[in-house]
Ligand binder design. Sequence first.
Ligand code: GAP
Length: 478
Amino acid sequence: MEQNQHKPSLETVVSLCKRRGFIFQSSEIYGGMSGFWDYGPLGAELKRNVRDAWWRDMVTKREDVVGLDSTIIMNTKIWEASGHIGGFSDPMSDCRKCQTRHRADVLVEEQIGLDATLVTNDDGSKGFPEGIKCPKCQSTDLTPPRDFNLMFKTHAGPVTDEASVAYLRPETAQGIFVQFQNVVATARKKVPFGIGQIGKAFRNEVTPRNFTFRSREFEQMELEFFIEPGTDAEWHEYWIKARLDWYQTIGLPASSLHRYEYPADKLAHYASGCVDILFDFPFGIQELEGIAARGNFDLTQHQNASGKSLEYFDQESNSKFLPHVIEPSAGVDRICLALICSAYREEWINKETKEAVEAEPGKQAPDGHEARTVMRFAPRIAPTKVAVFPLVKNKPPVVEKAREVFLKLNERWACTYDQVGAVGRRYRRQDEVGTPYCVTIDFDTLDDDTVTVRDRDTMKQDRLSLSDLEAYLAERLS
Ligand code: GAP
């Protein structure tokens, strides 16, 4: 798919998401809650399609990957061993003039460059490089950066004391590492192999922002791919390429994707190398997914802390070792946001030829053209695949036939039935939510069992026999 020339603004996307039922503010009737978002009827379908596409391609289809579904709350010792209790924090800083709170590292990145970092003072504390100011009021009077742990704390059980402290997981990855031995023992997989997991993660972000991009509750799709030590570089490259290709299968154009290699001093505490896949969001080029080479950091930590061997026994070489790990870790919410931004197009349609060109922002459609808003979702992730219309709503035989076709197709695909308004208006409604095909049942259908199928992108119509309809759709929707 081609990239849209005129990226929609974030306000346009937020407003479309609310108007069409993709994403709502959480707790909206109580004034909302910063960093929390709900998915409406279409958003829930979109998100499920993203998860399903990932699970299918990364787990089910691959002989060398199995799945896992671990809990959100786990033994607190896991977070001690993984380094999250000690080190999973973001540096924050307050503006003394306007009292706004900032992520200190983000200020440095935004004002100096992606590779820039906070400086380390002689006493080990962090400080700002020269020239950093508050983006809101331009004051340079900022408090020194101080670390703020991002994990949400709660208590498991009725007693609220130190012993019952528990944390909501900030990543799904640790659930995989601590079950490594059970999976090896039951799944009959040999290294190299991976364990994939999809689930919620929680981070008490200092400054949630850019809609769902940085939320406090979000969903991850993570693969821990266990490899023989020494094969890290080639597997890392393999997964970077596989993941870049995957984004194109769900409809993100290659030209909107970028690759960012971390400099050594910006790596997370566990990583020996990391490459991010970035997307061209309306608010800038930002991370969709991180692909880290974690060495055997996690298995070593859990082996030492638990006292249980997490070594893998390799029958061929008759030796034991702690596998290294390559970890492609993606955020479902960021992918959904990228898909919505990328699919959004305002077009001018030539009324005669039906040819569509991207509209010039803020301008009227030229003579002989009409404007439409269309979500050009790849069929694979489109929330609704097919809409079925009776041409008229007041002729029972046409309506009955349309209901029959709808119920049949709806068994196989997510479909919608609409009989309200002129057919042209019904097409526009489906365009705005990205439904790839509309099927219209009319008077001729009653005589010869043919229907009209209209394509969202080309707006061309095909007349075909009802008996060919499923095969026609299956070919185009798969
Ligand atoms: N296990 C590795 C890990 O968690 P990460 O880069 O911190 O790595 C992986 O997170 C992905 O999770 C990110 O690329 C992003 O897509 C998503 N993610 C992280 N924090 C997020 C947040 N606050 N809101 C939405 N998505 C987030």
